[in-house]
Design a binder for this molecule. Structure first.
Ligand SMILES: *Cc1c(COP(=O)(O)O)cnc(C)c1O
Length: 388
């Protein structure tokens, strides 16, 4: 009997065997010709995944939080005004992080489960001159997706830099960085990129690089300073050896494998598949009679689903039952409703079979908790959407 369960949380996700094999291979020197080629090629592929042909990719060892920090510290200087668009926990994080750098932070907070109102953003940008605005594309604590295209367009109209926290979206949700005018779009390896945790990834557009070059003060964070990293990225892309800090060699081999698989699928097909999976999961959850944290399907993520427990079901009973049925899900993260909901991740290379098994395991968990519904109702709806 297979002992392991499907990991259907919003990161880390299920990884492809080929990606895991790259991690287990003997480690090469970080300046070997073989590795230089793999790193250079990975940087080139990132432009195609982010859809940002004129962007500058960065790959550094660290988690998504480092990517959040690196994206902004290179652009802000003490006293700058920054607007944080908050649709959940990761908006709170961005505001906390920014306050450490002596900038003037304002927050526009959407009510729980709602998305950001573009009108409100426009009113705020009209009122005051901001240097930079952060947008969480998908907040993993609420499952809310913002309209990144529209919000970035508004930022551009007021000449404000836009930084997109795409940790739960890049390579899953539709994202066209260059066309949408997003200045930095960042993510981490363990979500839709499909590589175990450990890489902070971002692509910076020309306006961001230009702003960084025009700084008056040095960057206040040594490790995250593009001054240290840009020459390294440029060297590897030119297929030359260079060193600032040892790159996570095996993770970059794994990244290379995963980016190739992503581009083999094609970005347009990948966006469509994630939309289809998102809709299948959400409609299945609806069919089971469960409410969801996002107040409207129109602003719900394709990459994860956040259902409320039905009356009489509690997480500490439900989640272990789902685990016994072969699937690992995540509990709540948002402090206001932490024990009232759970989260299902469905991104990256996860298959329709994985999703159907997940809905089946959720049904088993709900039945085990005494919740009344017609067994198979969720699975049959998911099947229908997946085959449509
Ligand atoms: C997961 C996540 C992060 C944090 O990434 P870590 O790798 O856990 O540091 C930040 N923002 C969003 C939207 C995320 O989903």
């Amino acid at each position: 009997m297979r002992d392991r369960a499907l990991l259907m949380i919003p990161g880390p996700i299920e990884f492809e065997p080929e990606v895991l094999q790259a991690l287990g291979a003997p480690t090469t020197s970080h300046v070997s010709p073989e590795f230089i080629e793999i790193f250079g090629e990975s940087l080139e592929m990132m432009r195609d995944v982010w859809l940002c042909p004129s962007g500058q990719p960065f790959v550094v060892a660290g988690s998504g939080m480092l990517a959040l920090e690196m994206a902004v510290v290179n652009l802000i200087e003490p006293g700058d005004k920054v607007l944080v668009l908050n649709t959940g926990v990761f908006g709170d994080r961005y505001a906390d992080l920014l306050r450490r750098y002596h900038v003037d932070v304002s927050v526009l907070r959407a009510p729980l489960g709602e998305t950001i109102s573009p009108q409100q953003v426009e009113d705020e940008l009209k009122k005051q001159r901001y240097k930079l605005m952060t947008i969480t594309h998908v907040d993993t604590s609420t499952g809310v997706r913002t309209d990144a295209k529209l919000l970035a367009t508004i930022a551009r109209k007021y000449n404000v830099l836009s930084v997109l926290d795409g940790v739960c979206s890049v390579a899953g949700e539709e994202l066209r960085q260059e066309e949408w005018g997003i200045d930095v779009a960042l993510t981490a390896s363990q979500k839709a990129i499909g590589v175990p945790p450990g890489l902070a990834l971002m692509v910076a557009g020309p306006r961001a690089i230009e702003t960084w070059r025009g700084r008056k003060m040095p960057v206040s964070n040594y490790y995250a300073d593009w001054e240290n990293w840009l020459p390294i990225m440029e060297a590897y892309e030119a297929r030359k050896a260079s060193y600032f800090a040892t790159p996570p060699v095996n993770l970059i081999y794994a990244l290379n494998v995963s980016l190739k698989r992503i581009l083999e699928e094609g970005m347009e097909e990948r966006f469509k598949r994630h939309q289809r999976f998102g809709r299948a999961c959400k409609e299945a959850i609806q069919a089971l009679g469960l409410d969801q944290v996002p107040t409207d399907l129109a602003h719900s993520a394709a990459t994860l689903t956040a259902p409320y427990y039905p009356r009489g079901v509690i997480g500490s009973e439900f989640l272990p039952k789902v685990r016994n049925a072969g699937v690992i899900l995540a509990g709540g993260l948002h402090s206001e409703i932490k024990d009232e909901y759970f989260r299902i991740g469905h991104m990256g290379g996860e298959t329709s079979g994985d999703l159907l098994a997940t809905i089946g395991a959720i049904e088993a968990g709900l039945k085990g908790c005494g919740y009344e519904f017609e067994l198979g109702a969720g699975v049959s709806v998911a099947q229908r959407v997946l085959r449509s």
